[in-house]
Design a protein around this ligand. Structure first.
Ligand code: SDX
Length: 382
């Protein structure tokens, strides 16, 4: 039904597209819950494997369910020669997010039931994707360092195995704890751009591989998952805490976006950033470089909150403090955004599986403002 002048909601701002039981984001009070559990409780008590189960199945697992889920994750960690060949051909020649997206797109070639869409098959493929995205990302990082594929280590949990496949050695206790926490904090965030993108793809009844590929492609952008990498690059550009104020003021005067700040939903401090910040300032054994980056980050935080926090609702988000914390556990800059995809795969899958229960093709409207019935002239007459 055509209307005269419809209200356009640019970027679908403020538009509700579905009901969901997966995640609540309270942007006014800076609160976040996965399936009813606060992010603080999950960060304190849970782990990424258990949170992935919670997101996919809707409840915390008992010991038997957890063991079975962990076993399934382990069985999918190994990469096929097809995948290794794709990575070998692309690493060093394309953005790691494009390599990850391409390798995921090729996975159906190794899955005889790739296009079976029963609930059980979709759950199986989701678990497999959670596992493969981690192994592929770790292997991209390894190949970027000029090293070859390392087989997964069945003695380690998902997060520790990621570091094992990246470095070729077992991680220490602190690094395992930090990487697992970062995966928990990045695992889910309601209908953010990449999750919405995965849902749109799923709403056409394309398969879960296609949906996750859409999620990865969308997460890449600097306004979304790419902000963690750009926030660290900004800290490097600033160079010293003393330079921070001039850098921020020049950037704001030039209407530049300060990466890692601001959010479409949070108009106060992102609760995930608060937790990550604690790790940034509590680590006594940081190198001088990391101590310098932490000092720059804390200075930028104070300045940005003073300038745009209370007045404009622009506060640190999940991406701001992540970079220095990733560096502290040996994650290279090029893997920051792919690591976001490693974390977000259970979130993407959970929303697609939930939406399929009451599926409706996404097909919004655009209000046409051009001319109509223009007379067609042959090219010789134009
Ligand atoms: C993630 O949606 C999710 O849940 C995402 C995420 C998840 O877990 O999936 O939380 C992960 O993507 C976090 C966001 C990471 N992106 C960044 O850090 C990039 C920098 N931030 C911005 O680009 C911005 O804050 C957005 C894109 C995140 C949100 O912006 P909106 O809601 O589209 O707001 P806007 O662009 O309309 O900005 C409103 C005003 C503008 O000023 P005016 O043009 O009105 O004068 O605020 C300004 C903006 O210029 N502004 C900023 C700013 N963010 C907004 N100014 C300086 N620095 C910033 N970071």
């Amino acid at each position: 039904m055509e209307v005269d002048t419809p209200k356009i909601s640019s970027g679908l701002e403020g538009i509700y597209i579905t009901n969901s039981n997966i995640c609540k984001v309270d942007g006014i009070n800076g609160r976040l819950w996965y399936r009813g559990y606060s992010i603080e409780a999950l960060a304190e008590n849970s782990n990424f494997e258990e949170v992935s189960y919670l997101l996919i199945y809707g409840a915390l697992p008992d010991a038997e369910q957890m063991e079975a889920f962990s076993k399934k994750l382990k069985q999918y960690r190994e990469l096929s020669q097809t995948t290794i060949d794709i990575l070998s051909r692309m690493v060093g020649r394309a953005d790691p997010m494009d390599i990850l997206r391409t390798a995921i797109s090729a996975l159906p070639a190794d899955d005889k039931d790739a296009y079976e869409n029963s609930d059980d098959q979709n759950a199986r493929k989701s678990i497999m994707l959670i596992s493969k995205v981690a192994s592929i990302t770790a292997t991209i990082g390894r190949m970027l360092a000029g090293k070859t594929y390392v087989k997964p280590n069945g003695d380690l949990d998902h997060a520790s195995n990621f570091l094992y496949m990246l470095n070729g050695s077992k991680p220490n206790e602190r690094d395992s704890k930090v990487i697992d926490l970062m995966l928990v904090l990045h695992a889910e965030h309601a209908t953010n751009a990449s999750t919405f993108s995965a849902m749109v793809t799923g709403s056409t009844l394309a398969d879960i591989y296609a949906a996750v590929t859409s999620g990865i492609a969308t997460l890449k952008g600097p306004l979304h998952g790419g902000a963690d990498e750009n926030a660290l690059k900004m800290m490097r550009e600033i160079g010293t805490p003393a330079n921070t104020e001039k850098y921020i003021d020049d950037a704001l005067a030039g209407k530049k976006r300060i990466m890692g700040f601001g959010h479409r939903v949070y108009k106060t401090y992102d609760p995930r950033a608060k937790i990550i910040k604690k790790y940034l300032i509590e680590s006594e054994d940081y190198s001088d470089d990391l101590k310098n980056l932490a000092a720059i980050a804390l200075r930028a935080e104070t300045l940005m909150i003073g300038r745009l926090g209370k007045t404009h609702g622009i506060w640190p988000n999940v991406d701001f403090f992540s970079g220095p914390v990733y560096l502290s556990i040996g994650i290279p800059l090029e893997l920051f955004t792919p690591l976001f995809a490693v974390a977000r795969t259970p979130g993407w899958c959970a929303h697609v599986l939930e939406y399929w229960k009451n599926n409706r093709l996404f097909r919004p409207l655009d209000f046409y403002t051009g001319a109509l019935d223009i007379e067609y002239k042959k090219i010789s007459e134009r």
